[in-house]
Write a protein that binds this ligand. Structure first.
Ligand code: PLP
Length: 421
């Protein structure tokens, strides 16, 4: 496999873009492949190599790349113009659909990224409660805004820098941390900060160091403790929303938070974020309330039109039932491969999310960090050489899409077997 053009382009890119990329997770060492195009389950680089893609843009492309119905929706919207600076019927329609699917959402606001969604959700929760502190889960990633960049997963963990330079301690002094799957730790932190905690924000399934799943009744217990203490519970479902089920992890586990953040899938590959929740909280947002939030691209017509098309396809094609079954089968086969080879690795995941951890099945951030990160990177390159593109980090989730054929999956499993050997 030749990557000559990517290697050359990387040299130039590094002089123009920090690390040669537009987002840190893309900076594969010694150099990333630069993409030329993508369609269905395949992504093609500028050297002409084609890979079966399980990164899928880090989650949005549940229907694969360039799905024809999403493409048609985008083109139809482009014909009518793509940014107005005025409200549209499209955003009202999409808001109605989302609110109909997520019982935790009475009202919502559209933004352009998941980062904006969680940042604004926290502001709303603080405005609503009049309290300053919030709790996050160690290794949880809620985008790259100041208050959330504390022991953050995703690229921050991969780079070994889960706390960022340039974030004054004053900006994170209200951010409290607890380990995942530890209800005692959460109860204790809430007890000790009783009058000060506005919200708990959490990924119900940790997707940015994982997938790491909630154990037993953990999510129900979280709901109970937060409710008893008037702490606003925010489920960050930027990854799990429309992935585990139409109604995300909250539908899958039957636990309803006070607020929800969404992104990725609901834009069908175009930029989007959503934060929503109980009416009395979201009514706090300007112009109806005093919590300021605004954006030139918020509710972007092309993103919203694509979101409506995504929902149509997900509903009409019974995607979650089919894809979750594929996920179960795929993980089962991977477990057999790992067992047959006598490896003490663990296959983790849920729904259409999966990962092999080079170590024991982790329950939280500190356990994930014990996995063999370097070994995993070597494995990533061997898989790439076999024509399979996985997210390069031990700390990122792999995704399946409806575009993956049986043949793709058989080829992928054969590549896993050969390269794990
Ligand atoms: N929240 C979660 C759970 C995420 O996984 C991400 C991104 O990966 C974000 C928030 C931030 O979303 P965005 O990258 O669209 O800003």
């Amino acid at each position: 496999m030749s990557l000559d053009k990517s290697r050359e382009l990387y040299k130039k890119a590094r002089t123009l873009l920090p690390g040669g990329v537009s987002s840190p997770v893309r900076a594969i060492k010694p150099y990333p492949f630069y993409t030329e195009s993508a369609s269905g389950s395949k992504i093609k680089d500028i050297d002409g190599n084609e890979y079966i893609d399980y990164c899928l843009a880090y989650g949005p492309n549940i229907l694969g790349h360039a799905h024809p119905r999403l493409k048609a929706a985008i083109i139809a919207q482009l014909e009518k113009g793509w940014l107005y600076g005025t409200p549209t019927e499209l955003e009202v329609r999409l808001a109605e659909r989302i609110a109909g699917i997520y019982p935790s959402i009475d009202m919502l606001r559209f933004v352009s990224t998941g980062t904006e969604a969680t940042m604004s959700a926290l502001r709303a929760a603080r405005g609503f409660t009049g309290r300053n502190k919030f709790i996050k889960i160690e290794g949880g990633f809620h985008g790259a805004h100041d208050a959330a960049l504390v022991q953050a997963g995703s690229g921050a963990t991969t780079l070994g820098k889960p706390d960022s330079l340039g974030v004054p301690a004053d900006f994170t002094k209200h951010t409290l941390q607890v380990p995942f799957n530890d209800i005692e730790a959460l109860t204790d932190v809430i007890e000790r900060n009783k009058e000060d905690v506005a919200a708990l924000i959490m990924e119900p399934v940790l997707g940015n160091i994982g997938p790491v799943l909630p154990e037993g009744d953990y999510l129900r217990d979280v709901r109970e403790v937060t409710e008893e203490n008037d702490v606003v519970l925010i489920f960050d479902e930027v990854i799990t929303g429309f992935r585990l089920a139409m109604g995300g992890a909250q539908e899958y586990y039957g636990v309803t938070p006070d607020m929800t953040t969404l992104g990725k899938i609901i834009g069908g590959g175009l930029p989007i974020g959503v934060f929503g929740g109980k009416r009395e909280i979201i009514e706090m947002i300007a112009p109806s309330g005093g919590v300021y939030q605004a954006g030139t691209f918020s509710g972007s017509p092309a993103s919203v039109a694509t979101g409506l098309a995504v929902l149509d396809v997900l509903e009409e094609e019974d995607v979650h039932r089919r894809l979750n079954a594929t996920g179960d089968m795929f993980r089962g086969r991977l477990m057999e491969i790992v067992a047959d080879l006598g490896l003490d690795y663990s296959v983790c995941g849920i729904s259409s999310m999966f990962k092999i951890f080079f170590g024991d099945r982790p329950l939280n951030y500190s356990e994930v960090l014990r996995c063999d990160k370097e070994g995993y990177l070597g494995f990533f390159f061997r898989m790439l050489d076999s024509g399979v593109f996985l997210p390069p980090s031990q700390f990122e989730t792999n995704f399946l899409s409806t575009a993956h054929s049986e043949e793709d999956i058989e080829r992928t499993l054969a590549a896993y077997e050969a390269n794990l050997k």
